[in-house]
Design a protein around this ligand. Structure first.
Ligand code: KMH
Ligand code: ZN
Length: 270
């Protein structure tokens, strides 16, 4: 098995300081959280950005500043979000891809997202995939439901996605595919040979899905974006404790942790 790549999704778009006081909001705070997550063992940082009021933004200048500050501190694979927040326009969401980060998220279908709709019609997905190709950005295909794998394979046939593909299975969003080993196995078996995958369990499933990834030879995404609790009723004091725990579990199970250089090699990044 390859070494385990741990992605830290350090901020997300939905949470507020009322949910958890440990949420980073300013570029400096987000970069510090990224540094702590990297020191704990994360090799990929999944980024969202917040404006001066703490609201989600896809402003290219805010992303530029966050990425600059992260790179000053550590050298993870930088992955920007093109999901942004529900309700944002396609143009708004696509902006950070222009910065040429290592990777960007690419959700390949529309899905219920709690009481909202996370809208990704195929026209938008094609535009995003084309932009990523143009800027040399590797997509992380975000799969919230199984039809999204089929959509990604369609884009591959259309020449808009280039193998080896990397998938992130986001399991447990209310309205989408629930978290569980059977659902995870179904998805793992649906993707082409030679692909890489990670799993992001939402809420309390973060721990069990990360553990399943360690065992199955996939990779794990953890962090406050997906889960703010360390244990029932106990907030995680930032992202690092969530990363540290997966590192401990992986080591107990005999799986090494990927440093950023190994993560780049495993993901096929130049
Ligand atoms: N905030 C969600 C609507 C992504 O980063 O691409 C979408 C999301 C996925 O977080
Ligand atoms: Zn995200």
């Amino acid at each position: 098995m390859d070494e385990l790549i741990i992605t830290a999704a350090v901020v997300g778009a939905e949470l507020t300081r009322e949910d958890t006081p440990y949420l980073p909001l300013t570029p400096g705070e987000i970069a510090e959280e990224a540094r702590r997550a990297c020191e704990a063992g994360a090799s990929v940082i999944h980024l969202h950005a917040r404006d001066a009021r703490g609201s989600p933004t896809q402003d290219v200048e805010v992303y530029r500043e966050i990425i600059r500050l992260v790179r000053e501190r550590c050298g993870p694979v930088i992955q920007v979000s093109t999901g942004g927040a529900v309700g944002m326009s396609a143009e708004e969401r696509l902006q950070p891809v222009r910065l040429g980060p290592d990777m960007a998220s690419l959700t390949t279908g529309t899905v219920n997202f709690g009481d909202d709709i996370f809208s990704n019609p195929m026209g938008l997905v094609r535009t995003f995939a084309r932009a990523m190709k143009e800027h040399g950005v590797k997509p992380e295909i975000e799969v919230f439901d199984s039809g999204m794998v089929a959509n990604a394979l369609r884009l591959e046939r259309e020449g808009l996605l280039t193998p080896p593909l990397h998938f992130d299975f986001v399991l447990g969003v209310p309205g989408a595919l629930p978290a569980g080993v059977k659902n995870l196995l179904h998805l793992v078996e649906s993707i082409p040979a030679g692909s890489t995958w990670s799993v992001a369990g939402i809420g309390k499933s973060q721990l069990s899905m990360a553990t399943a990834a360690v065992i199955l030879g996939g990779h794990a995404r953890v962090g406050l974006e997906d889960n703010i609790f360390y244990a029932r009723g106990e907030l995680s004091r930032g992202n690092a404790p969530l990363v540290e725990r997966v590192v401990r579990i992986a080591r107990e199970l005999g799986r090494d942790i990927a440093e950023p250089a190994r993560a780049r090699a495993i993901l096929g990044l130049l």
